[in-house]
Design a protein around this ligand. Structure first.
Ligand code: HEM
Length: 186
């Protein structure tokens, strides 16, 4: 009997094997490639507990104190990485982060340049890289997307220095309280 005959489609062992294997492979690849920062920002109260392996950069402990310099959305545009010698800034919920040292990710032509030189909170919340979503009006996000956005905000607070805040966010989100320091427990 040939190998192919041994594994006919109707073989119950093969079908059972596939039924187990396919979901397992899906779950493993999905958690590895998830764009949500949630798994990499989740902290555990037990330091000996094994954290899930993350492809994201680790949190930093050497960040300078946050600055509170005012930026208009128009002023932010010059910090999109296209102007030599200028830093690259990303704003989330109005908090402006200096991401210059990750030019490989936020620089011109790189994967997440869509968020450089602007506040693209809505797109971050929606896990979208579309230009039309990279806008600051995050007020109408549904609950799960708002959580994703807050996770990103925390992710950035732990990894990038805060250089200021956007002073002309759209009316709907203008007065939202946004922290510019990571919580002490994290
Ligand atoms: C199949 C889809 C995706 C894959 C495989 C992927 C992969 C990655 C990888 C490997 C990193 C780490 C990059 C590094 O630190 O050098 C990363 C970071 C990141 N991803 Fe994605 N991603 C995907 C989709 C998305 C989407 C749709 C968004 C839109 C919000 C997104 C937003 C981000 C952001 C903001 C970072 C953080 C970069 C940082 O500052 O460290 N990703 N992603």
């Amino acid at each position: 009997m040939t190998l192919i005959q041994n594994f006919e489609a109707s073989d119950p062992k093969l079908i059972t094997g596939l039924l187990v294997l396919v979901p397992v492979i899906y779950i493993l690849t999905r958690s590895y490639f998830s764009p949500s920062p949630a798994s990499s920002v989740s902290s555990t109260s037990n330091p000996t507990e094994q954290k899930p392996k993350s492809i994201m950069q680790p949190a930093r402990t050497d960040l300078p104190p946050p600055k509170d310099d005012p930026f208009t959305l128009d002023e932010l545009k010059q910090f999109d990485g296209t102007q030599v010698g200028k830093p690259i800034y990303v704003s989330i919920k109005g908090t402006v982060f200096d991401v210059s040292h990750k030019g490989d990710v936020y620089g011109p032509g790189k994967s997440y340049n869509i968020f450089a030189g602007k506040d693209g909170s809505k797109g971050l919340g929606m896990s979208s890289l579309k230009t039309e979503h990279a806008v600051p009006d995050y007020g109408d996000l549904e609950e799960k997307d708002m959580k994703t956005l807050n996770d990103w905000h925390l992710f950035f607070l732990k990894r990038y220095s805060v250089v200021g805040r956007v002073v002309d966010l759209p009316e709907a989100v203008k007065n939202n309280e946004v922290s510019n320091v990571p919580p002490p427990s994290s």
